[in-house]
Design a protein around this ligand. Structure first.
Ligand code: NAD
Ligand code: UDP
Length: 309
């Protein structure tokens, strides 16, 4: 069985590939390194079951055949997708359509990496898959939010029109080793600031919430969703149910690193969601998944990774 993974050199893509190879799949990876890093897949050099294409999947696609397509290519951190707004729109829209066409041609199953961002500034809490969201279509985050919403609409259209075998995974804030320390997301910013004895940058009053999921839990969920024959055409929230404020996150990381840094408050970026927590009852009920790694344990592993890199 062959899997094509786009975004292969990214944080999630590289962990996904490791697990697919471990489970005996042949993997074809594609990445243009717009936000990914060669180091994330360097350990796979020489692995006979892994082939890598340096490709912009908007412009060209690997000429291969696969049984599964995992479309994970897209800048994911707010500063990065705002730095590359057109690229972000295109990889989630045009490239998604192209890859869906390939899935049709190859008779492959298609798994789309969507995001909690499609809920925007949520008026329902926690967010269920049935919630349609509250997104500013022209705000600074819209290249990502609307790109992903277009991607989801494309998947839905291919399911309706061609009965294509597709799944959508709405990923909520995930962290862990192999994140880019300079990607500007909160976990990496705080760890970098603490390890370099810099001030902790809290945006706004720090009362906004997120629910952080460790990468190994996410990968387990992706595999369950991808390989079950039960959930054709379904959309699943995947994330941790442990909701905390950003100030609490700063306090936990301060304790775990043993470094005490001053806090500097910076303005809250426009359209930064004030609350976010997944309702995971669907994935729990249908596939028996929920996150297992505690925030403390996951953050310890992440800190250790950045200390040794
Ligand atoms: P990442 O930036 O580490 O990885 C994305 C990868 O996609 C990078 O290697 C990048 O170079 C590659 N890429 C982007 N555009 C490309 C293109 N046109 N052609 C080829 N490669 C391209 O981000 P991540 O956190 O690993 O996110 C992976 C996927 O999961 C993304 O689709 C993202 O939207 C989604 N997601 C992630 C999170 C999270 O918390 N990490 C949350 C929600 C959704
Ligand atoms: N944030 C912060 N300080 C930082 C980076 C982010 O306070 O140095 C906040 C940000 O405003 C948001 C939350 O942390 O409310 C999560 O931000 P991140 O960029 O990690 O992901 P998001 O969930 O917003 O996509």
């Amino acid at each position: 069985m062959k899997c094509l993974v786009t975004g292969a050199a990214g944080f999630i893509g590289s962990h996904l590939i490791d697990q697919l190879l471990e489970n005996g799949y042949e993997v074809i990876g594609a990445d243009n390194f717009i936000t990914g890093r060669k180091e994330n897949i360097a350990h796979l050099a020489g692995n006979k079951n892994f082939t890598f294409f340096e490709h912009d999947v908007v412009k060209s696609l690997p000429d291969v055949d696969a049984n599964y397509i995992f479309h994970f290519a897209s800048p994911a951190s707010p500063p990065k997708y705002q730095q590359f707004p057109i690229e972000t729109l295109l990889v989630n829209s045009y490239a998604t359509i192209q890859l869906l066409e390939l899935a049709r041609k190859w008779n492959a199953r298609f798994i789309f990496a969507s995001t909690s961002e499609i809920y925007g500034e949520p008026e329902q809490h926690p967010q269920k898959e049935t919630y349609w969201g509250n997104v500013n279509p022209i705000g600074p985050r819209s290249c990502y939010d609307e790109g992903k919403r277009f991607g989801e609409a494309s998947v839905a259209a291919f399911i309706r029109k061609y009965n294509l075998d597709c799944k959508i995974i709405r990923i909520f804030n995930t962290y862990g080793p192999r994140m880019d320390i300079n990607d500007g997301r909160v976990v990496t910013n705080f760890i970098k600031q603490l390890l370099k004895r810099r001030k902790l940058t809290i945006y706004g009053n720090g009362k906004q919430t997120r629910s952080f999921c460790f990468i190994s839990d996410l990968i387990e969920a992706i595999l369950k969703v991808a390989f079950t024959n039960k959930a054709q055409g379904e959309v699943f929230n995947v994330g941790s149910s442990h909701e905390i404020t950003i100030t609490e996150l700063a306090a936990i990381l301060t304790r775990l690193t043993g470094v005490s840094s001053d806090v500097i408050n910076k303005p809250l970026p426009q359209d930064d969601p004030t609350r976010r927590k997944p309702d995971i009852s669907k994935v729990k009920k249908m596939l028996g998944w929920e996150s297992k790694i505690s925030l403390e344990k996951g953050l310890q592993q992440t800190i250790a990774y950045f200390q040794s890199n």
